[in-house]
Design a protein around this ligand. Structure first.
Ligand code: HEM
Length: 443
């Protein structure tokens, strides 16, 4: 076992085991281009809690549901803050941005604003028609592609739609509306309409959002008289938060779910049968339909199990020395919960590489994604659980459910389910490396 430079282990308590660090770089080379896979392999060698030195940053990684529960629930109080990357400090997001603020009155206030005034069930119900319209646009675009005999790039279409769903939910603005000032600014900056913007590069996306009118959120917050002195910078940071975290995660999940169905045609057929019986063929899925689509719910759970788009959640930081799994995690350590490894833990799941939604039907039905069952934590858990979980789920079912109910889908020429490339690309989120392209056909 190694000990961290400059830090003594508490007498009688060991630091979590891990590979020996090199001077200066520590274990950085161990990560490779798929850190979630490398760290899963290390946990198979050293156990469910390991420690590494990532350059200057002392890091502990946990890879079992039992230890995830310790971090996210039992010791939530000491693990509730984040490590803040330098790039986040550089843009001042650490002062205003929900994911990186420490638990504090400001953080509580922002979560309260979100929970009660932007995304409460009542407000989401009230503005659901705004989202439905955009999903109808998506379906119309896919019809266009079908008539023209063009394949659809699923991730790109989902990204553009999610961005618009968020904008219509948060700002009540349609980014494709030619008469909207915000939409005009958006177009000026990305040179194109929302439909052909597709997936803007994230690097272009930040300054773009800065120019985008954050007044919508500011106006609403000011009108609600919750926050005094809400300025441009805060408004921008808040919306960048809400947009970047929300768009990539939701669209990447849509693409993974679609990829798994194209790879598993019998599961696609069962999903279409359920949709046909419960809501009728070729109809849009409505937000209130979700509760009566248990097979679709099982597919989404299985997608999250195998493809958690935030494989390490958002890293936490420990506030004081704490004992976990018989080891000491020293104050200031960065803590990663490897949700990707937990979804593939052989102690929890059988046939773990198999895409099998049926595991969540019957007795498996109790496992949900709300942060109560630590075997499946795509949205994290504890007080920092994804605050937009309900909105994300509504958007996901609306888009993905409607895409499969309104069309039959065929892989592009030459690609068959058995040869689909499901390789992952690790980045801001965990994406499919080779964008999924599929041909829509009349359902
Ligand atoms: C499939 C969709 C999504 C997934 C899988 C996801 C996942 C996550 C995860 C894993 C975390 C960290 C939780 C933790 O540390 O325990 C998180 C936090 C967060 N998410 Fe999401 N998310 C999704 C959609 C969204 C959307 C649509 C929005 C906004 C509109 C959003 C906004 C946030 C924010 C603001 C935080 C930080 C909360 C805090 O630190 O207090 N997410 N999300």
């Amino acid at each position: 076992f190694h000990s961290f430079a400059g830090r003594k282990a508490i007498p009688g308590k060991l630091l979590p085991p891990g590979p020996k660090p090199f001077p200066l770089i520590g274990n950085l080379f161990e990560l490779g281009d798929k850190p979630h896979v490398s760290l899963t392999k290390l946990s198979q060698r050293y156990g469910p809690i390991i420690s590494l030195q990532l350059g200057q940053v002392t890091t502990v990684v946990v890879s079992s549901s039992t230890l995830a529960k310790q971090i996210l629930r039992t010791h939530d109080q000491v693990f509730c803050n984040r490590t803040v990357p330098d790039c986040v400090h550089a843009c001042n997001h650490s002062y205003y941005s929900l994911p990186f603020l420490p638990v504090s009155p400001k953080w509580r206030n922002l979560r309260k604003i979100c929970n009660s005034h932007l995304f409460s069930a009542k407000i989401l119900d009230a503005n659901k028609a705004n989202r439905r319209v955009k999903v109808q646009h998506l379906i119309d675009d896919v019809y266009e592609s079908m008539r023209a005999g063009r394949a659809v790039e699923i991730g790109k279409a989902a990204f553009a739609t999610t961005l618009n769903l968020l904008s219509r939910t948060i700002f009540s603005v349609d980014l494709a509306d030619p008469s909207s000032e915000t939409a005009r600014k958006f177009k000026e900056n990305v040179r194109g309409t929302m439909e052909d913007v597709g997936k803007p590069n994230m690097v272009d996306f930040f300054p773009l959002l800065r120019k985008l009118d954050p007044q919508g959120i500011r106006r609403r917050v000011t009108k609600l008289n919750i926050s005094k002195g809400w300025n441009q910078e805060k408004g921008t940071s808040m919306s960048q938060d809400l947009f970047t975290v929300g768009t990539e995660t939701t669209s990447a999940t849509t693409e993974w779910a679609m990829a798994e169905l194209l790879r598993n045609p019998e599961i696609m057929s069962k999903a279409k049968v359920e949709l046909g019986q419960m809501i009728g063929k070729e109809k849009l899925v409505e937000e209130f339909d979700i509760a009566r689509l248990p097979y679709l719910q099982a597919i989404i759970k299985e997608t999250f199990r195998l493809h958690p788009v935030a494989p390490f959640l958002i890293p936490r930081k420990v506030e004081s020395d704490v004992e976990i799994g018989g080891y000491i995690v020293p104050k200031g350590t960065q803590v990663l919960v490897n949700a990707w490894a937990i979804g593939r833990d052989p102690d929890t799941w059988d046939n773990l590489d198999l895409f099998k939604p049926e595991r969540f039907i019957g007795s498996g039905n109790e496992i949900d994604i709300m942060g109560r069952n630590f075997e499946l934590i795509p949205f994290g858990g504890g007080r920092r659980i994804c605050p937009r979980l309900p909105l994300a789920m509504r958007m996901l079912y609306l888009m993905w459910g409607s895409l499969i109910n309104c069309f039959d889908w065929k892989l592009e020429d030459g690609v068959v389910p058995q040869t689909m490339n499901m390789e992952e690309k690790f980045g801001l989120t965990l994406q499919i490396a080779h964008p999924l392209r599929a041909q829509p056909k009349k359902s």
